[in-house]
Write a protein that binds this ligand. Structure first.
Ligand SMILES: *[C@@H]1O[C@H](CO)[C@@H](O)[C@H](O)[C@H]1NC(C)=O
Ligand SMILES: *[C@@H]1O[C@H](CO)[C@@H](O)[C@H](O)[C@H]1NC(C)=O
Ligand SMILES: *[C@@H]1O[C@H](CO)[C@@H](O)[C@H](O)[C@H]1NC(C)=O
Ligand SMILES: *[C@@H]1O[C@H](CO)[C@@H](O)[C@H](O)[C@H]1NC(C)=O
Ligand SMILES: *[C@@H]1O[C@H](CO)[C@@H](O)[C@H](O)[C@H]1NC(C)=O
Ligand SMILES: [Zn+2]
Length: 798
């Protein structure tokens, strides 16, 4: 090889290398835009919510739309399991697909057992003379007071899941039919309701709890009526619907009477008060399998569930589900029927027996007597009840907005769709608000916005028959929700008054609920004039929280979640952080519920005339609902208040000590209390450290942020005990459950509080010892759960 050849070769090589390098670099640089995309993509993972959406979403809510949806949906009855159930499901589906334009809509049907009266042969109660002639018959239908209400498919008044039958006997008045009312009646007044028909006023506790007690005391049947004392404020008879929003004499509250809990002895509060000999409690004939009470040796295995389909307890009511025979369920065994106070007046005014004491008196202008029976001893009361159960399909409709960054994290907004009749308040005020907020989200989507996490709108079926549609869905998807749900926000009745906003939730969301209320304009013009510009201002002004010394704490009242709507399965089964909101009437008026509750008078006219003529309150609820959902779905770091959880736990312990400290000391059941307090302290310390670490988290690392978020969404899940509460396998949350003695209200530390309540009422040393052991066990269980929850906050590597 010559030099020139060598040079040429070197030159070629150099050129080649240069060419290669440039080629490579060229290729490299030609990929720069892609790399930039990746960086952009990484950056988009860490971007925080676009806060300008907040105002735009709130401004998008139009009260005229809500009025229009409400009017349309309440134009006919839409009871669960009827053709209207399917029609309204299809309508919501169509609305979400074509008006709101959500990403996806799906219907989830379930075959469940619901309960109906005979449409052509309504239930009635008759006064019979000695020759079995009818002297008086209760109204078969509510009077027509409003043209809208004149429709053939209005279901006649009935109580769902009542037994059928024609019991005949003497009447006994049992006040509100609470445990304590029956104890007073039997122990102080020496009146035995056994073999009688009892008549009770609605109010104070869930109607299913009343039936359970009545049945336990041997009543043949139960009549429930709405007393003016609880459903009318004015004594002037002219001042009821249609001339006001108070219940007229022919109005009847429908509602389901499924047992809310049943255990060894049906109702523990009762057995502990009573001499077992009087109530056949040790009588083996009166327990399962001959009745729905569990035998002494009973392990929970019947279908003793308060929520969901009675034939498929614990499991979803899908086609393949195992269904229990009907006669092994906890459905009431006695006929039950609701009536209005016009009819109740006739029955009660004819009664004989001692006059009731003042706090048992209602506001009818009669002398209230206990019975048993009528003044004319030959007259009897007979119930003609043909309520029957039926396998029907009910429909949940879910609409999805897929999250842009974390599509597998869900924020759920839900409301039930089924109503007893027109349901203009319950639940359609909520349905109309949900439609409008879903439409507003749809408008945001069209502008190019998309939330970080997935938003799911849920329209539940068959809530009125006992929280069935939502419970079945949660039973099916419970495991998945436990991994992926961020929160569930419920609205049942959006507007049941114009006094104040009402919020119920768990500690993680207290602060967010306050903050959201500060963003929503006040719908009450008088309040705005008084300088209270936001929903929060009136809420704080009219519903201030007070401490146990009666001093204002500086924030509004937030209640605990009991049961009574679709948030229940999320809280008690899956441990999902939940919220329930509404506009409420003034609770200090002493009404038992809003007066027209579950009657045929819950019409559009009622809402438009008395509740919300401008639909401003509906608008405020829709805005609040949407904004709360937006923040949970869109904020990079979840707006959960971990510190508040510790503060609340501390308060729950303190309240146990305040109410039962002496009892625990005298029964020496307080030995574990030190451990419990220590666990709460540990939790508080862990929560403080968690927040400190979170405040300095490297937000440019989306995986790290998601780790913190995941710890927070799991906190409420940490309190799910798969074994359930004592005697209540369907209630699995050890911090929150419906109160055992009134399913409408919520209690904290329910297992402990219930066992203390029962310990407090024991009569023998043996009972005391037995109940004392349950108390000690409950303290230990709580201690363990709180400790374990603290460890979940403290150290991601255990
Ligand atoms: C209800 O409607 C029916 C038929 O449409 C009519 O005959 C009846 O008079 C109406 N009743 C009332 C009270 O408006
Ligand atoms: C329960 O119902 C099944 C069929 O549905 C029947 O075979 C059985 O005899 C019933 N048991 C009782 C105790 O009534
Ligand atoms: C008693 O019942 C009869 C019908 O059976 C009814 O006409 C009457 O108004 C009722 N009240 C009184 C106080 O008699
Ligand atoms: C309930 O009814 C549906 C159809 O409405 C039917 O497919 C299903 O098999 C029925 N289930 C039971 C337990 O009867
Ligand atoms: C609405 O507010 C007014 C003024 O406070 C009150 O008189 C009225 O009873 C309220 N209406 C309802 C349905 O609560
Ligand atoms: Zn409802």
């Amino acid at each position: 090889m010559t030099l020139s050849k060598l040079s040429l070769a070197v030159l070629c090589l150099v050129l080649l290398v240069i060419g290669f390098v440039f080629g490579f670099l060229g290729g490299f640089f030609s990929h720069i835009p892609d790399t930039g995309n990746n960086l952009d993509r990484l950056q988009s993972l860490t971007k925080d919510a676009d806060e300008t959406i907040s105002r735009r979403l709130i401004d998008e809510v139009n009260p005229e739309n809500i009025r229009h949806y409400l009017k349309h949906l309440t134009s006919k009855p839409h009871m669960a399991g009827t053709p209207a159930d399917k029609e309204t499901a299809d309508e919501i589906k169509r609305f979400w697909e074509t008006e709101a334009v959500l990403d996806r809509v799906q219907i989830y049907p379930y075959d469940v057992l619901l309960s109906y009266p005979e449409q052509d042969s309504p239930n009635r109660i008759v006064i019979k003379d000695v020759n079995d002639r009818d002297l008086f018959t209760t109204q078969l239908y509510e009077s027509i007071l409003d043209p809208e209400q004149n429709q053939s498919d209005v279901v006649p008044p009935f109580n769902a899941f009542s037994a059928s039958g024609e019991p005949k006997g003497d009447l006994v008045y049992v006040n509100y039919a609470r445990v304590d009312d029956f104890i007073w009646l039997t122990e102080s007044e020496h009146i035995d309701p056994n073999g009688k028909i009892c008549i009770a006023r609605y109010g104070k506790v869930f109607r299913g709890d009343k039936v359970l007690i009545a049945q336990r005391y041997g009543c043949l049947g139960m009549i429930l009526y709405s007393d003016p004392a609880d459903y009318v404020l004015l004594t002037n008879a002219e001042d009821v619907y249609p001339d006001s929003w108070f219940l007229p004499g022919s109005g009847v509250q429908r509602g389901n009477v499924k047992a809310t809990f049943a255990e060894k002895y049906g109702c523990i509060g009762l057995i502990l008060y009573s001499d077992p000999a009087n109530y056949a409690i040790d009588d083996k004939d009166a327990v399962y399998p001959d009745s729905w009470f569990l035998p002494d040796s009973g392990v929970q295995r019947g279908t003793l569930n308060m929520e969901g389909d009675v034939l498929t307890p614990h499991y979803p009511a899908i086609k393949s589900a195992y269904r229990w025979p009907k006669n092994k369920t906890s459905l009431p065994r006695i006929p039950v029927q609701p009536i209005g106070y016009d009819d109740a007046r006739v029955l009660l005014s004819n009664m004989t027996g001692p006059e009731v004491n003042p706090d048992w008196r209602g506001k009818l202008k009669i002398t209230y007597r206990l019975g048993p029976g009528f003044k004319n001893r030959d007259w009897k009361t007979q119930m003609f009840i043909k309520t029957h159960t039926k396998n029907v399909t009910t429909y949940n409709v879910l609409g999805f907005i897929e999250g842009a960054i974390e599509p597998d994290r869900y924020v759920l907004l839900g409301n039930h769709r089924d109503a007893w009749v027109f349901g203009a308040l319950d639940p359609t005020s909520g349905t109309a608000a949900m439609m409008e907020i879903s439409r507003a989200f749809g408008v945001m989507l069209k502008t190019g916005w998309r939330p970080r996490r997935t938003i799911i709108f849920c329209s539940w079926g068959a809530e009125e028959h006992g929280i069935i549609g939502s419970r079945e869905w949660v039973e099916y998807y419970g495991k998945m929700l436990s991994e992926r749900a961020v929160a569930y926000i419920n609205v049942d009745i959006a507007v049941q008054g114009n006094f104040s906003f009402r919020g119920r939730t768990m500690p993680l969301l207290h602060q967010l609920m306050f903050d959201t209320a500060k963003q929503i304009p006040n719908p009450d013009p008088d309040e705005v004039s008084a300088g209270r510009k936001t929903v929060y201002d009136t809420w704080l002004y009219r519903q201030p929280a007070v401490d146990k010394r009666g001093l204002k704490t500086g924030v509004p009242i937030i209640q605990n979640l009991g049961s009574g709507s679709d948030f229940a399965p999320f809280v008690t089964k899956a441990g999902v952080t939940a919220v329930d909101i509404a506009y409420n009437y003034d609770r200090s008026l002493g009404l038992s519920s809003y007066p027209m509750y579950h009657s045929a008078y819950e019409t559009f006219r009622l809402v438009e005339t008395y509740y919300d003529p401008t639909f401003a309150y509906h608008k405020a609820i829709a805005q609040y609902w949407g904004e709360l959902g937006r923040r949970l779905a869109d904020e990079y770091i979840l707006p959960f208040d971990v510190i508040q959880y510790g503060v609340s736990l501390d308060g729950y312990v303190q309240s146990v000590i305040d109410n039962y400290g002496e009892l625990m000391e005298s029964t020496r059941t307080n030995t574990g209390l030190g451990f419990l307090k220590e666990a709460v302290t540990t939790f508080k310390e862990a929560s403080q450290q968690f927040i400190k670490d979170l405040s300095t988290v490297d937000t440019s690392n989306p995986i790290l942020v998601r780790m913190y978020n995941d710890v927070m969404i799991q906190i409420d899940r940490m309190f799910i005990d798969p074994n359930g509460l004592p005697g209540r396998p369907f209630m699995r949350n050890v911090i929150f459950a419906p109160s055992k003695h009134n399913s409408y209200t919520g209690s904290t530390f329910p297992g402990l509080i219930d066992s203390l309540y029962e310990l407090d009422r024991t009569k023998t040393m043996i009972e005391e010892e037995e109940k004392g052991e349950v108390v000690k066990q409950q303290i230990a269980i709580l201690t363990y759960f709180i400790e374990a929850a603290a460890s979940s906050l403290r150290n991601i590597l255990i």
